[in-house]
Design a protein around this ligand. Structure first.
Ligand SMILES: Nc1ncnc2c1ncn2[C@@H]1O[C@H](COP(=O)(O)OP(=O)(O)OP(=O)(O)O)[C@@H](O)[C@H]1O
Length: 640
């Protein structure tokens, strides 16, 4: 169990929460994170070179630099998302710590379910990340919402294209709330203020600062052009250019703890970035934000060579200036006090063996999303209803004469092919879900196994509901094989085909998570399966090349043949008679006793006798399971 800090030095609200609601485990003791000589190379090119630093609990580090300076690479190396060429990362002086259980990473873009409320979003994150029997979980959620200033919008929805929700700054804070709910020791944020106006940017950074201090967290953020108010919230600044450190010291003198800038004499401690720029001969012009000046002098993209030195020589000079000055600027408070051995250094995360519990929580969240997401799922269901109505009114009362056999087959083809085709409409919702998965997985909440299970658990009832709705609307109106059993068989075989098509579409979207590309490829695949399934060209007439592989792995083949067999078997189709002669379109087992064809005659003529129905159902299930497992593999391999 983590021990508690004295709460006297904490802001009121959190200390109050602790007292009133009893959240004993949520304030872990302070830590120090340090890194030295981090380097990252790609094909012998130094992307990051010799980056060192240290940060204590409650502190915020700004990582700044021009575009391409190596800021994102630095975060990736620090979080061990890529392997450093060299260097060391220490937590409380020790390299032995589990990074995924220590760090939460907040990506640049908010990946949230638009139909959930703020509280629901954070609550699901809490249930997914905290151990099963966490006490007072609701009090913990409330405290987190309060810390991030979200209590007033707790019951508001995040927002969808159809329904306006919370503001951009509030969304950022919800994403951050989800990342800090398990009380990570280190919070890493990639551009937390990008796309926000200055007011929202300030709100977000002030919330992060407050949370860092309240929960003893170390925070590191890349940031572009903050205004002075935002910048003043940072304790330290690492300025990078071409992967090298140009400055690594106090950000603004105003953000320094009083004991630092008061207790060190001038000859020992020089000051902040503003002072440093003056010292090295690049003072900020009056009324200029020193941050802009710092970026400007290390930005060589538009370097004009005014002093007859190359841009890389210019950067070499600034990097050398830093090496000369660093001992006076890079003063770090003594954090040895934090190096205690009884500290538990991990997030309060649940174990990975909890996969089934996580899958159930994710399934619940998916259901809520399905029920509320009119755009993603309501419209989709409407499409199935519309398709049912269309078939019911166009193929109405087909009857059982032999001249209607083709019309009947076209109903089955159309149902299997186009209901399956409509699965491409599930791609946008999947991509929204995938973005949330990527964020949550990178923070260690759950793995691809739990996600695939939950996606399957949720999609099965949804697709079954869509299929049965379609069947109810059109089955009796068309006049297909009478009776409850044939109706349910039709629905089941159709559902299996639709489920296979859906699994294929989201597998494609998992491989290529770009909407337009996934849509195009999934549509192509559906078109391809239509061509080789044996309706347009009889399977026996298909070129052998296509017949032997494509036809027999095509889910439409099995779904279509199962439906045809189930429908026509047991029915009798009347042949026309002209001048007393019976004109059946193909050999009948009933002639001459009866001028008609049996369902078996039709099945035989089409070449659909094949294996038994159970085997075909089994093949369909295997195809579905194969697609789902392939999706699991793709999600396991593709981390972003
Ligand atoms: N895997 C890689 N292969 C090749 N080049 C890479 C790789 N990773 C990073 N780079 C290069 O390293 C440089 C630094 O990239 P990085 O994304 O870290 O910069 P950044 O400072 O975050 O830029 P921005 O602010 O524009 O996002 C860039 O020139 C980038 O093209």
């Amino acid at each position: 169990m983590l021990h508690l800090l004295p709460t006297s030095n904490m802001p009121d609200s959190y200390a109050d929460d602790i007292e009133k609601n009893g959240i004993p485990f949520l304030i872990p003791p302070p830590i120090t994170l340090s890194w030295s000589d981090l380097a990252y190379r790609v094909k012998e090119k130094n992307i990051l070179d010799g980056v060192s630093g240290q940060l204590a609990s409650g502190q915020l580090l700004a990582v700044m630099g021009p575009s391409g300076a190596g800021k994102s690479t630095f975060l990736d190396v620090l979080c061990k998302r890529v392997k450093a060429a060299s260097g060391e990362i220490l937590l409380n002086g020790s390299p032995d710590f589990d990074i995924t259980r220590t760090v939460s990473f907040v990506e640049q873009h908010d990946a949230l379910f638009g139909v959930l409320t703020v509280r629901e979003t954070v609550s699901y994150a809490a249930r997914l990340s905290l151990p099963r029997n966490t006490p007072n979980i609701n009090a913990h959620i409330d405290a987190t919402l309060r810390s991030l200033g979200l209590q007033d919008v707790a019951n508001n929805r995040i927002g969808t294209p159809l329904q306006r929700g919370i503001s951009g700054g509030q969304k950022r804070r919800v994403t951050i709330a989800c990342s800090v709910i398990a009380r990570p020791r280190v919070l890493v944020l990639d551009e937390p203020t990008s796309g926000l106006d200055s007011g929202s940017a300030q709100e977000v950074m002030a919330s992060i600062k407050r949370l860092a201090q309240e929960t003893n967290m170390v925070c590191i953020a890349t940031i572009h052009q903050p205004n002075w108010e935002v910048f003043s919230l940072f304790d330290r600044l690492t300025l990078l250019a071409a992967g090298r450190v140009m400055y690594n010291g106090p950000a603004s003198i105003f953000s320094l703890p009083r004991h630092i800038h008061l207790s060190f004499p001038d000859h020992v401690f020089a000051g902040d970035i503003d002072q440093y720029l003056t010292d090295i001969g690049y003072p900020s012009p009056q009324h200029t934000n020193p941050v802009d000046q710092a970026i400007a002098i290390v930005n060589t993209e538009f370097y004009d060579n005014e002093n007859d030195i190359t841009s890389s020589a210019h950067l070499d000079n600034i990097a050398s200036a830093w090496i000369t000055h660093q001992s006076r600027y890079n003063i770090i408070p003594d954090n040895n006090q934090y190096h205690t051995s009884d500290i538990i250094l991990v997030k309060q995360v649940s174990e990975s063996r909890d996969a089934m519990r996580k899958a159930i929580i994710l399934t619940q969240r998916n259901f809520v999303n399905y029920v509320r997401n009119l755009l993603g799922f309501g419209i989709r269901m409407g499409m199935y209803v519309g398709m049912g109505l269309m078939l019911a009114t166009i193929w109405i009362h087909l009857g059982t004469s032999t001249d209607k056999i083709n019309d009947r087959l076209s109903v089955f083809f159309f149902s299997v092919a186009f209901l399956g085709f409509m699965s491409v409409a599930g791609i946008p919702a999947f991509l929204e879900e995938r973005a949330v998965f990527v964020r949550e997985r990178s923070n260690g909440l759950y793995g691809p196994g739990a996600y695939v299970l939950a996606n399957t658990f949720a999609v099965v009832p949804f697709l079954f509901a869509c299929t049965i709705l379609f069947s109810v609307i059109c089955y009796w109106a068309i006049g297909l094989h009478p009776g409850a059993k044939p109706f349910f068989r039709f629905t089941l075989y159709l559902f299996l085909g639709v489920m296979a098509a859906e699994s294929q579409s989201i597998l494609i979207a998992a491989i290529i998570p770009i909407f337009v590309a996934a849509l195009a490829l999934a549509s192509f695949m559906n078109g391809f399966w239509m061509c080789v399934q044996g309706y347009f060209i009889r399977a026996t007439s298909l070129p052998r090349f296509w017949y032997y592989w494509a036809h027999w792995i095509d889910f439409q083949t099995f779904s279509f043949q199962l439906i045809v067999r189930s429908d026509v078997k047991g029915l009798t189709f009347q042949c026309p008679t002209i001048d007393g002669s019976c004109l059946c379109p193909f050999t009948s087992s009933l002639v001459p006793t009866q001028c008609a064809l049996t369902g078996d005659d039709i099945v035989k003529n089409l070449g659909y006798e094949g294996a038994n129905d159970g085997l075909y159902v089994g093949v369909l299930i295997i195809i579905i399971v194969f697609y789902r497992m392939a999706m699991w593999v793709v999600l396991a391999i593709r981390k972003r």
